[in-house]
Design a protein around this ligand. Structure first.
Ligand code: NAD
Length: 275
């Protein structure tokens, strides 16, 4: 530990962070936050060219080391080679933000009513949203244990992992060029993230590896006015989140500011889950 200074609690210099789903609406903001506090960042997402381009942007803006790594988190081989490359090129891994989730390639199947929902679609989403968390935490956790210096793992859940959606808010919704809803597979996968987090928190506590969940509420990202209005009516703070508003909680969980916090959920939802 550095000499105790509250001002330095959030300092991430000398640490390497892996962020999965790094090119998404939230992922890019998470990477920027970690980089601004001094961490070297591995930008992990599906497309090589785009991860490299964003890594370059981070290096230019924040002066940290960053690499882009294409990785499908649902593939054990892909995850193993990602962890090997990051550990080598960025000298180990201290922070993992397990954040990737699938919006599905087949939106008709993804938004199908529960009664018609196919097992193929269910498995497809689970393979990223929860199998992916298992594979990446397993590979990175092993690496952290090998390094012997502890670490912090943050896994992104969702309010729909802790409360059920109010289906009335989707009437008249329009997003991703269609009417939307929150399918059960999403809720089930995001509840599982919390279960996995608690399990790993106790399992790896002896190694000084902390594991926590970040639980975002609905983020405004191009949904139509009807949906934004209906969603906001359910929220004590009467609005959706902006993507940047998720970053503070991540920095808290990633850094020594939360050195005695493990197995918890930080819910960033404007109070939605409170009433
Ligand atoms: N946006 C919200 O309103 C909201 C609310 C609650 C929780 N969340 C959660 O926050 C996290 C980030 O959400 P977002 O809004 O940025 O989502 P997003 O869809 O914009 O980004 C997800 C990213 O994950 C990547 N990805 C998908 N499948 C992958 C795979 N197999 N391997 C590697 N990468 C893969 C995608 O390419 C994409 O860049 C997700 O876990 C999501 O469930 C989001």
């Amino acid at each position: 530990m550095k000499p105790y200074s509250y001002k330095n609690l959030f300092d991430l210099q000398g640490k390497t962070a892996v962020v999965t789903g790094a090119l998404g609406i939230l992922g890019k903001n998470f990477c920027r936050g970690l980089a601004e506090f001094g961490a070297d960042v591995a930008v992990v997402d599906l497309d090589q060219q785009n991860t490299e381009a964003f890594a370059e942007e981070l290096t230019d803006k924040y002066g940290i080391k960053s690499i882009g790594v294409a990785c499908d988190v649902s593939s054990p081989e892909s995850v193993a080679s990602m962890v090997e490359r990051v550990s080598e090129e960025l000298q180990g891994i201290n922070i993992l933000h397990n954040n990737a989730a699938s919006k599905s390639k087949d939106l008709d199947a993804f938004f199908a009513p529960y009664e018609e929902f196919s097992i193929d679609q269910w498995r497809d989403i689970m393979s990223v949203n929860i199998d992916g968390m298992f594979l990446v935490s397993q590979a990175v956790g092993k690496q952290m244990i090998k390094q012997g210096k502890g670490g912090s793992i943050i896994q992104t859940s969702s309010i729909y992992g802790i409360v059920a959606p109010d289906n009335r808010i989707y009437e008249g919704s329009y997003y991703l060029e269609r009417t939307i809803n929150t399918p059960a597979v999403y809720s089930a996968s995001k509840s599982s993230v919390i279960g996995l987090t608690k399990y790993l928190a106790t399992y790896w506590a002896p190694y000084g590896i902390r594991v926590n969940s970040l639980v975002p509420g609905g983020v405004q990202s191009g949904q139509n006015e009807t949906f934004v209005g209906r969603y906001s009516n359910r929220v004590p703070m009467a609005r959706m989140a902006q993507p940047e508003e998720m970053v503070g909680a991540l920095l808290y969980l990633a850094s020594d500011a939360s050195s005695y916090v493990t197995g918890q959920q930080i819910v960033v939802d404007g109070g939605l889950s409170v009433w």
